[in-house]
Design a protein around this ligand. Structure first.
Ligand SMILES: Cc1cc2nc3c(=O)[nH]c(=O)nc-3n(C[C@H](O)[C@H](O)[C@H](O)COP(=O)(O)OP(=O)(O)OC[C@H]3O[C@@H](n4cnc5c(N)ncnc54)[C@H](O)[C@@H]3O)c2cc1C
Length: 198
């Protein structure tokens, strides 16, 4: 087992919220480590929609998912956080006041004064529709994320889902695809008022 890492703050999740927490805590001169189960920094923006445009960041009229992660990384560079990727937090235990022991699935132990939980929607697992044998098509004609929009050029696309992500991808893939349709089983609902412009 590796040595216990002692630091001021442990941030669980290296998505946009975890990254901006580095900036805010860095201003208070705190030292930070971040843990993320993904193999990359940026949470949903980097993993699920690196090329999709985002229009609702204050002061930034347009940025892609990956562009936002890159900007956040540039913003926190002066604070030199340490990242632990492909590692999942498994247990948190209070051992002092204030002191916490955190362990990961790789057996790494941290002792920290503050824990920031920026875990977003949790670790990513696709919600597979109950279609027998669907695994055989995954990665060739069934996808759970759009990592490269160009891969869908001139394709006929069916987007399954009724939330804002379905509407987002229908709008963003429409210029590339031959046809792009949303199949929801009901009318598309847009839970957030900004959804039509995102
Ligand atoms: C397709 C799509 C389009 C979107 N478009 C927009 C948009 O245009 N504008 C907008 O404002 N929002 C948009 N969103 C929502 C936006 O991406 C999220 O609100 C944002 O990513 C939340 O940031 P976060 O840092 O809180 O969480 P996340 O981005 O979810 O990051 C949390 C991180 O925590 C990690 N994690 C969780 N549990 C553990 C654990 N136990 N151990 C280690 N790591 C862990 C996860 O791996 C993840 O990387 C969109 C979402 C999707 C899916």
């Amino acid at each position: 087992m590796s040595e216990v890492i002692k630091t001021d703050v442990l941030i669980i999740g290296a998505g946009p919220c975890g990254l901006f927490a580095v900036f805010e805590l860095g201003l208070l001169d705190m030292k930070m480590h971040l843990i993320d189960i993904l193999d990359k920094i940026g949470g949903q923006c980097a993993e699920l929609y690196p090329e999709k445009p985002i229009y609702d960041i204050p002061g930034i009229p347009y940025v892609t998912g990956q562009g936002l992660c890159d900007a956040l990384m540039a913003q926190i560079k002066p604070f030199g956080p340490t990242f632990h990727l492909q590692e999942m937090v498994q247990t948190i235990e209070k051992i002092g006041d204030p002191l916490f022991r955190v362990t990961t699935d790789r057996g790494q132990v941290f002792e920290v004064k503050v824990i920031v939980i920026a875990a977003g929607g949790g670790s990513f697992q696709p919600k597979r529709p109950p279609i027998p044998g669907i695994e055989a098509y995954e990665g060739t004609s069934v996808f759970y994320a759009v990592r490269q929009m160009e891969a869908f050029r001139d394709k006929r696309i069916l987007i399954v889902g009724g939330g804002d992500s379905a509407l987002d991808w229908t709008l963003n893939l429409a210029p590339l695809a031959v046809t792009s349709r949303s199949c929801t089983g009901a009318a598309i609902s847009a839970p957030r008022p900004t959804a039509s412009t995102r």
